[in-house]
Design a protein around this ligand. Structure first.
Ligand SMILES: Nc1nc2c(ncn2[C@@H]2O[C@H](COP(=O)(O)OP(=O)(O)OP(=O)(O)O)[C@@H](O)[C@H]2O)c(=O)[nH]1
Ligand SMILES: [Mg+2]
Length: 291
C-alpha cells in the first residue's frame, strides 16, 4: 500500500478546491469565482486499492502585505512543509505574471516531489506556452499534466502520477473517511460559500462566519445551529440581509439544503448578520479562523 500527503497550491482561483473535490468524488472544499475563497488547510482523502492520498487544499497564493494575507501565507507554508508531494496548479486561462513567479519560486524552494497541473484546459483561451516558459525559467522539474478539474480531464492520469510519486506506507485515515473537517467548520464554510455566491464586490472578502451555539435536538435527529454572518460595514450588512431579508433567507435555505444532504441528521440554521468592523486585525480571531 502507498500513502502520501499531497499539498495543492496555486494562485487564487487556479481551481485547487474544484480539482480536490473532483478527485475525491465529494464536495469537500467550497468553490466560487471570487479569489481567496479558501482560507484554511482543508483535507480531502482519496482511497483506492493502491492506497491513500490525503490532499491538502490551501488558500491561493496572494502577494499582499496585510495581516489577513499573512495568516493565509502561514497556512500555505505549513501545508507545503507538511506535504510529501506538491501538486502545483497553473491556470492556463490567465497569463502567469509576477505573482505566479513568486509562487513558482516557493514551490522550487520547497524541494519536494512535484506534479504540475496545467489547469482549466477546457477554456477556449487556455494557453500552455507561457506556463511552460515559466516552468523552464524556474527549472521546475516535476511531471506536467494538462487538466480540467471542472470536467475531470486526465484525473485518472493525475492519480497515477501521484501514486507513482508516493512512498509505501499505511493509510492515515480509515477507508470510509473523505475529509476530517468538524461539523462546525463544514457548516460555516457552506454558509460562507452561499453568501459569497449571492453577493458581489467587497462583501465576500469582508465576511466570516461565527457559530455561537450548537445543540443536538430530537434525540439526535436535528442539529440546531445559531450564529452570525459577520461583515465589516453597515452597507455590507444591508446587502447580506437584502430587501425584506430575502438574501439572508436564501443563503440559509440553500446552506440548509446542502447540509441536510451531508449529515445523517437534519441541520436547522438560525443565523443573523452582524457588523464586526476590525475583525481582519484581530489576531486571536484570525488565529481561530485561518488555520
Ligand atoms: N473552466 C474551468 N473553470 C474552473 C476549473 N476549475 C475551477 N474552475 C472555476 O474557477 C473558479 C475558482 O475555482 P476554485 O476551485 O474555487 O479555485 P481555488 O484555486 O480553490 O481558489 P481559492 O480558494 O480562491 O484560492 C470557480 O468559478 C470554478 O468553477 C476548470 O478546470 N475549468
Ligand atoms: Mg479554494
Amino acid at each position: 500500500m502507498k500513502s502520501a500527503f499531497v499539498a495543492l497550491t496555486g494562485r487564487p482561483s487556479a481551481g485547487k478546491s474544484t480539482l480536490m473535490n473532483t478527485l475525491c468524488g465529494h464536495k469537500i472544499s467550497i468553490v466560487s469565482p471570487v479569489p481567496q475563497t479558501t482560507r484554511n488547510k482543508v483535507r480531502g482523502i482519496y482511497n483506492d486499492r493502491r492506497g491513500q492520498l490525503v490532499f491538502l487544499d490551501t488558500p491561493g497564493y496572494f502577494s499582499g502585505e496585510k495581516k489577513f494575507n499573512s495568516y493565509m501565507h502561514d497556512v500555505l507554508s505549513g501545508a507545503l512543509s507538511e506535504a510529501d508531494i506538491l501538486l502545483y496548479l497553473i491556470d492556463l486561462s490567465r497569463p502567469p505574471g509576477q505573482e505566479e513567479e513568486l509562487l513558482a519560486g516557493l514551490v522550487k524552494k520547497a524541494k519536494k516531489p512535484l506534479v504540475i497541473g496545467l489547469n482549466k484546459s477546457d477554456l477556449p483561451g487556455a494557453d500552455a506556452a507561457a506556463a511552460n516558459a515559466m516552468i523552464d525559467k524556474f527549472g521546475l522539474t516535476g511531471e506536467k499534466i494538462v487538466l480540467s478539474g471542472l470536467s475531470g480531464t486526465n484525473s485518472g492520469l493525475l492519480l497515477d502520477k501521484l501514486f507513482a510519486a508516493a512512498e509505501e506506507g499505511e493509510p492515515f485515515y480509515p477507508g470510509e473517511y473523505y475529509t476530517d473537517q468538524d461539523p462546525a467548520f463544514r457548516i460555516s464554510e457552506i454558509i460562507r460559500e452561499k453568501a459569497i455566491l449571492k453577493t458581489r464586490q467587497e462583501v465576500p472578502h469582508a465576511l466570516y462566519i461565527e457559530i455561537a451555539d450548537m445543540e443536538m435536538r430530537e434525540e439526535g435527529k436535528r442539529l440546531w445551529v445559531r450564529g452570525f454572518l459577520c461583515v465589516q460595514r453597515e452597507s455590507q450588512k444591508g446587502i447580506l440581509i437584502g430587501r425584506g431579508g430575502a438574501v439572508i433567507k436564501a443563503i440559509v435555505q440553500e446552506a440548509q439544503a446542502e447540509l441536510n444532504g451531508i449529515f445523517p441528521y437534519a441541520v436547522q440554521l438560525d443565523f443573523r448578520v452582524r457588523v464586526r468592523p476590525k475583525w481582519k486585525n484581530n489576531d486571536s480571531l484570525l488565529k481561530h479562523l485561518i488555520r
